[in-house]
Design a protein around this ligand. Structure first.
Ligand SMILES: C[S@@+](CC[C@H](N)C(=O)[O-])C[C@H]1O[C@@H](n2cnc3c(N)ncnc32)[C@H](O)[C@@H]1O
Length: 882
């Protein structure tokens, strides 16, 4: 079952700040109201005179009209839909225990009952499954979130959405945002990198995909590394994905464009599997980059006011860098999806074109027109323009020289920005001579550095121009050089007047989703496949020009990137430049010899770590655990990432043994190497997380390479130190609700099977004295359990206990056996949700009959007992003195 854990204070704050739906307020007014009345934050009080956002922006309209994304005759419809609030959409969590129940509830109950609420002149369905999403698992409602909140008659449906979202049975997510993971073609054994992952709705989908074929108690071989640069947004992601209860997730906090290399040569590992463990490389990469977000205007109307063309221009370079880093980390044969929730070609097609340009033949833009055929999409553009400071620019040659540090060749459609024809090449050479001459006579401090190889300008640097007449003259000459260098071979006449550049890449294979096609937000997606390792080519070297001009210190070119690959928090060492940036791919490790002879040899080269890291290499993974003997190693772990708790393997034998024996966890369920904590002091470990083998291997690799990954969170919280004052329990750790589904098939002690009635009583009253259980057998077994944490499952058909087979569909909750009673350790919300689910599934009353209540006196007793409960945690109260 879903976690339903309480939210931490920080998470609550971030939820409040999350701009989920801002139709309701004017931010300026909100801020003012908050300042004057900080204690009264209800919506109405903050902004009693609610006003809708302005949904006008002439710059926006002018920009998109010019780009030709929408034809003239559709323009009105496009704009009118953009101004309407976005209909609510959500996904059913397919790994949730109740996903079939939820699907039936939607089809058999809400579809019909909500129909009545619709003004059905247009025969619009109130809710419907999204036709392009597999298995009817994603739904669209024709009510906006605002309507759902305000309309009384929709209250039941709104409550349903809120509650199921909170407990993790559904995820509220914009429909078009669900699309990118579907194009990744994920399998359960895939290693996936989600580069810009927060707040995590796509990470959640990816986790569902790798868990899709889960067998009870078994974990898939794949994993997801979800990364985000913003640590607060990482917290949102952790909360969001916690509901997925996955042991196959690592959350990291890096700049995606500098996501670290991790490769390590383990001399004993000559197999493919061994080599695989030595390199951090991914089968699938999702690159859902930061963008202007103008595709979310319907959900975030504050963008109307903020939008300007410069925003997209400003993001283009970062987007290219992130995508290139994704490709570098992708295995040969792997897929990468580049996506934005922006309609702007400079953030979309221009980025894809630049990525293809830099990658040479190593990457192919896939034609996915036959995938998800029911999704209405439009082909990517092959031509577009750049808008800068009121000017329309069709080609880099039109960019004024003083704007060339901002508007780069990569923004334009031409794929030959730096190729010159012979005449142009001769002109450039003449310009260089002219510049040299001026420099010679005037002795101005000008550095011009231009190399021409064949017809390609490799590098131009003219940083130090002074504002003198001569310098101005020279600037013109330099500008001519630039201009010549940007001439495209693909200028085309339009009506014999303007010239536009047309990309020769098959950018029409990209897909753009626009709002009025299927009443959604807008999205852009490109699906790329890596064909071969990236090479340094003159094409991808050309970006040095841009970078020099922009005085960007980091060289983003693939094979130069390593030098700067570490994020700012990481202390680089003198040898890092020796690491080869492109990790070894599977195809080149098909036999032992290839490990040694492959052209790209990151494994052996990564041996050249600095002294500190070499020390770490010698240390067995166990030495990083809490029983570590080497204090040096411990110290290094602690200081590695400032402000982030270290990740340590938990191998405290006495504790692990006591857990195994107390719950009767069978030996076939591996604990050694699968338990981690965030505390080096075993005596103060509060939580123990279970990690899959795939996560274990990455963690071990990370230790071997000196902890380059800054890990914010990992694995599945499975055991928690119990804070009860009841010292009679033989085990210091209780089971966590999140980890229960995984452990359940392996537990043989401290487990009881309750009848439906007793199970419902427990959920309703939370604490029940042993004599009050209806089933005599259960009553006896409950009272004879060892004191402490236990598990109660629902014995659906009241089967004899020896016939019960526990699997992922078994409904189970964590409980606490006290001296006189049994209490549940489930949050109020989870308990309520579970009761409702049971009442629907078994068509029973949620409450007991009057007789039953009178007979058992449960109500009164429950009240008395609950008064004695010492809640150590808001959601999972551990009774203290019983
Ligand atoms: C469009 S949102 C991602 C949405 C997410 N994929 C989802 O489905 O929930 C972009 C994210 O990129 C993050 N971001 C911005 N710059 C970044 C960078 N340089 N590296 C990594 N993440 C970055 C932002 O914090 C933001 O969370």
């Amino acid at each position: 079952m879903g976690g339903g854990q309480k939210r931490g204070r920080t998470q609550r704050k971030h939820f409040k700040q999350n701009r989920e739906n801002v139709w309701k307020h004017n931010n300026v007014r909100n801020d003012a109201a908050k300042k004057t009345r900080p204690s009264d934050l209800s919506e109405e009080n903050i902004n009693p005179s609610w006003q809708p956002f302005a949904t006008q922006n002439t710059g926006f309209e002018e920009y998109y009209k010019e780009q030709g994304i929408i034809s003239e005759n559709e323009w009105e419809e496009f704009m009118s839909v953009l101004r309407k609030p976005l209909p609510a959409a959500f996904r059913i969590n397919s790994s949730g225990q109740f996903f079939r129940d939820i699907l039936s509830q939607l089809e058999d109950d809400f579809m019909k009952s909500l129909e009545a609420e619709m003004d059905n002149e247009n025969e619009i369905e109130a809710i419907r499954p999204l036709p392009w999403y597999p298995g009817k698992l994603a739904w669209h409602s024709n009510f906006s979130r605002m309507q759902l909140r305000k309309n009384q008659t929709l209250e039941r449906f709104h409550e349903f959405l809120k509650q199921e979202n909170e407990v993790g049975n559904i995820t509220r997510q914009e429909a078009v945002s669900m699309v990118p993971p579907l194009f990744l073609d994920v399998l359960p054994d895939h290693h996936i990198l989600d580069m810009c992952a927060a707040p995590g709705s796509k990470t959640f989908q990816l986790l569902e995909m790798i868990h899709q074929l889960d067998k009870p108690g078994l974990l898939p071989n794949g994993l997801v590394i979800a990364n985000d640069v913003d640590v607060q947004r990482c917290n949102l992601l952790i909360h969001q994905t916690k509901r997925m209860c996955s042991a196959n997730l690592i959350v990291t906090n890096h700049e995606a464009q500098h996501f670290p290399n991790c490769s390590f040569k383990n001399c004993t590992e000559n197999s493919i599997e061994g080599a695989r463990k030595s390199i951090l490389q991914f089968d699938r990469v999702l690159c859902d980059v930061p963008c202007t977000g103008d595709g979310t205007l319907r959900k975030a109307p504050d963008i109307w006011r903020k939008w300007n063309a410069g925003m997209g221009n400003g993001l283009h370079r970062l987007q290219v860098e992130i995508a290139m880093r994704g490709i570098a980390l992708l295995k040969v044969g792997g897929r990468i999806v580049y996506s934005t929730c922006s309609m702007n070609p400079v953030e979309n097609e221009a980025v894809v074109a630049e990525v293809l340009r830099r990658s040479g033949d190593s990457v192919e833009l896939l034609d996915v027109s036959t995938e998800l055929p029911e999704l209405i999409r439009r082909p990517g553009l092959k031509t577009w323009k750049i808008r800068d400071r009121g000017l329309w620019l069709a080609s880099y040659r039109e960019v004024p020289s003083h704007r060339r540090s901002v508007i780069t060749p990569s923004m334009f459609p031409s794929d030959q920005s730096f190729k010159l024809n012979q005449t142009e090449c001769d002109n450039v050479k003449e310009d260089i001579v002219a510049i040299d001459a001026v420099v010679g006579t005037e002795n101005v401090n000008l550095k011009v550095n231009l190399k021409i190889t064949g017809n390609t300008v490799e590098e131009i640097n003219c940083d130090d121009l002074k504002n003198t007449e001569t310098a101005v003259g020279m600037e013109e000459a330099v500008s001519n050089v630039h201009e010549a260098s940007s001439i495209s071979g693909s200028l085309k006449d339009v009506d014999g007047e303007t010239k536009v550049e047309v990309s020769s890449y098959p950018l029409d294979r990209c897909l753009r989703i626009v709002p009025h096609d299927q009443n959604s937000g807008a999205f852009f997606i490109a699906v790329l496949k890596k064909i071969s390792p990236l090479q340094v080519t003159p094409e991808n070297q050309t970006n040095q020009y841009t970078k020099r001009r922009q005085k960007v210190p980091r060289n983003l070119n693939e094979n130069f990137e390593v030098e700067n690959a570490e994020p700012s928090e990481y202390v680089p060492d003198q040898h890092h430049h020796n690491l080869v940036e492109e990790p070894l791919d599977d195809s080149s490790i098909s036999d032992k010899s290839s490990i040694k002879t492959t052209e790209v040899e990151p494994i052996s080269q990564s041996m050249q770590l600095n002294d500190k890291e070499n020390e770490l290499e010698e240390v067995e993974p166990s030495d990083f655990g809490e029983d570590a003997k080497g204090s040096k190693a411990k110290l290094q772990i602690q200081v590695k990432w400032r402000g982030v708790d270290p990740v340590v393997f938990f191998r405290e034998k006495s504790i692990v043994d006591s857990i195994r024996s107390f719950y009767g966890i069978c030996e076939s369920f591996p604990l050694d190497g699968h338990l981690v904590t965030r505390n080096t002091d075993a005596n103060h470990v509060k939580r123990i997380y279970y990690i899959s083998k795939s996560v274990h291997d990455i963690l071990q690799l990370n230790f071997q390479v000196g902890q380059r990954l800054k890990i914010t969170s990992l694995g599945l919280k499975t055991f928690e130190r119990q804070a009860s004052k009841d010292s009679s329990s033989l085990c210091a750790f209780r089971l966590s609700s999140e980890g229960l589904p995984l452990l359940l098939p392996y537990i043989s002690k401290q487990i009881l099977h309750a009848s439906l009635l007793d199970f419902q009583h427990l959920l309703q009253y939370r604490t029940i004295k042993f004599p009050d259980f209806v089933n005599a057998d259960f009553r006896e077994k409950a009272s004879s359990l060892m004191p402490g944490c236990c598990v109660v499952t629902l014995n659906e058909g009241n089967k004899p206990t020896h016939e019960i087979l526990l699997d992922a569909s078994t409904i189970a909750i964590v409980c606490w056996k006290g001296k006189t009673n049994l209490s549940i350790m489930v949050s109020q919300l989870d308990a309520q949700e579970l009761r409702e689910r049971l009442s629907i599934r078994f068509a029973t009353e949620v409450t007991m009959s009057e007789d039953e209540v009178n007979n058992s006196n449960l109500e009164a007793e429950a009240k008395m007992i609950s008064a004695n409960i010492n809640s150590t945690e808001e959601s999972e109260a551990v009774p203290a003195n019983n």
